[in-house]
Design a protein around this ligand. Structure first.
Ligand SMILES: [Zn+2]
Length: 293
């Protein structure tokens, strides 16, 4: 009798809004972080990709398809960054709620001012992103717009909590504006860096520094020894302020270049959670800006 009562109480508890939380699936950690800022305890978030993974080379796994099947709202980076796994997850999960055109399908890039769009792409250009540079999560101004878009999407799907979502957006925007003042005061303008991959273009545009060369000769193509050598010669003549990379990119090449030129390697987190103390997007940006200084 007692156990029946316990089961009954558990069933009742699960009928409360806490258990009826919207099921959000985010492809990348920064998307999950932003969604949690707005949705807090009214949503439950599953993140498909780990911050230690190179987002260009992720493969679909059965657990991802299962997550897709249960999603009320699927949030993704877009600009084809997830092209290697997301179409397969959508097709296999057969969840009408998150199909393109439905309110449960949320492409974050729709709210972004995209840079580096290519009208014409061919293989010789390397693994370029034809729809534009997809690494906009280093851009505070774009994040502010994505957060607003997310809020509207959550309000549409869950109108009873719209006031809650809008008030969380307000707090997030205020926190972001306050941090922006601090980030801008770090005076990164005029700095010059070498980067491994075209990851930091939005960051450079927003904070006024320059990426003067890339360790990758073309996006997604590892450098040859000759390319690294020519880079070293150029850098000896004209020293940049650092070599920017992430945990999973070109550690070996960057260190070789650093040793031969005396220019230091700056390893930035690639996404939220990619380094200690970067549990949410704001603290992730705090570390990125502090590392560049
Ligand atoms: Zn890329």
């Amino acid at each position: 009798m007692r156990s029946i009562l316990v089961v009954f109480c558990l069933m009742l508890a699960c009928a409360t809004p806490a258990c009826a939380a919207l099921n959000v699936v985010a492809t990348l950690p920064w998307i999950a972080s932003l969604a949690k800022e707005i949705g807090k305890d009214k949503i439950s978030v599953t993140t498909l990709v780990k911050p230690s993974q190179d987002p260009h080379t992720v493969e679909a796994k059965p657990s991802m398809i299962l997550a897709g099947r249960k999603a009320d709202l699927l949030m993704y980076n877009g600009l084809d960054l997830e092209i290697g796994y997301l179409p397969l997850i959508m097709e296999s999960s057969k969840n009408p709620k998150v199909m393109p055109g439905r309110p449960g399908n949320f492409d974050c890039s729709r709210f972004v001012k995209v840079i580096d769009k290519h009208a014409h792409v061919e293989r010789s250009m390397g693994d370029v992103h034809p729809l534009g540079n997809p690494h906009y999560h280093y851009s505070p101004s774009n994040m502010a717009r994505v957060a607003e878009g997310m809020t509207n999407a959550l309000c549409d799907l869950d109108p009873s909590n719209a006031g809650f979502y809008r008030s969380n957006l307000k707090s997030f925007s205020a926190r972001l504006a306050e941090r922006q003042k601090n980030w801008r005061s770090q005076n990164l303008a005029g700095h010059r860096y070498i980067a491994y991959h075209k990851l930091f273009e939005y960051l450079a545009a927003e904070f006024g520094f320059k990426i003067v060369a890339y360790v990758e000769p073309k996006p997604g193509i590892p450098p040859s020894a000759a390319h690294v050598e020519s880079l070293i010669e150029r850098m000896k003549a004209d020293k940049p302020d650092g070599i920017l990379t992430t945990g999973f990119y070109g550690k070996r090449e960057s260190e070789t270049i650093a040793q031969k030129t005396g220019v230091k390697v700056i390893t930035l987190p690639a996404d939220v959670g990619g380094a200690p103390g970067t549990g949410d997007w704001v603290s992730f940006m705090d570390l990125v800006i502090a590392s560049l200084k």
